[in-house]
Design a protein. Structure first.
Length: 256
């Protein structure tokens, strides 16, 4: 009986998700009917172009190149943000010191940072990755800092009173409180990084999905533009729903 009642919300969520996808497709069709096909081709037209590109195999190379850049940029931004976030959350002096850094980098437009990286480092992958990672760091740092500040000191005091080891305090008291904000920051950061990488490729690289989108935009071929954008959207949805969703279920299975 309990399993049946638990399955009802899942079924309802699945139906709602399907309706949400259908509403997006419906809005796309509505837009394509009101505009020229050269401006906004219909979903089925873009799907055919995407299928041909995937069958020919050329698009997979660009997807792999862009994914590699995203992975490196995300690792850099998440690592630095976690270190800064924990430091600022646990130390008032560090929070005051890095506050000006955070405000400065969160105020500078991402375009300026990216162009500066290209001018200083050169038109190469290092500049593209750093230009995509740097604007994300202050945003994630603020999220992680606030999460660390939300750690209940009473639980730590109780753990110390019961003479819990440092390892137990970290993994059994601190980690369960910080894990939700870390996972949320990772998801948020991944979404930002892949947009920044596409932008970096559009500005100064000769390969990747962002470059192909810019190339076909210059040719005013909206079918290819939307097909390449849709291809990477599907990849990121797979990472978000399947990979990160599975990790979330395993980490927080104790909530069920």
């Amino acid at each position: 009986m309990a399993s049946f009642s638990a399955g009802q919300p899942r079924t309802a969520d699945a139906i709602t998700s399907v309706l949400s996808v259908l509403s997006i497709i419906g809005a796309w069709y509505l837009g394509s009917w009101t505009m020229s096909e050269k401006v906004l081709p219909a979903p089925h037209v873009v799907a055919v172009v995407l299928f041909e590109a995937m069958r020919s195999g050329g698009i997979w190379l660009d997807i792999g190149i862009t994914l590699g850049r995203i992975l490196i940029a995300f690792t850099i931004s998440m690592t630095i943000s976690a270190a800064l976030g924990f430091t600022m959350g646990l130390s008032h002096r560090a929070s005051v010191f890095f506050r000006v850094w955070i405000v400065c980098f969160i105020t500078i437009p991402a375009l300026v940072i990216m162009l500066t990286c290209y001018m200083v480092i050169g038109l190469n992958d290092k500049a593209a990755i750093l230009g995509a990672a740097i604007p994300i760091i202050p945003i994630l740092t603020i999220n992680i800092r606030d999460g660390v500040k939300g750690i209940d000191p009473r639980l730590l005091g109780m753990a110390k009173a019961f003479r819990a080891s440092t390892r137990q305090q970290i993994f059994e008291v601190v980690a369960p409180q910080v894990a939700p904000i870390l996972l949320a920051s990772a998801r948020f950061g991944l979404g930002l990084v892949w947009k920044m990488i596409l932008f970096a490729e559009l500005l100064g690289r000769g390969d990747g999905i962002g470059y192909k989108i810019e190339f076909y935009y210059q040719m005013f071929n909206m079918k290819e533009v939307l097909a390449h954008a849709l291809s990477f959207l599907m990849v990121m949805l797979f990472i978000e729903v399947v990979i990160l969703g599975t990790i979330e279920k395993r980490i927080f299975r104790w909530r069920a």
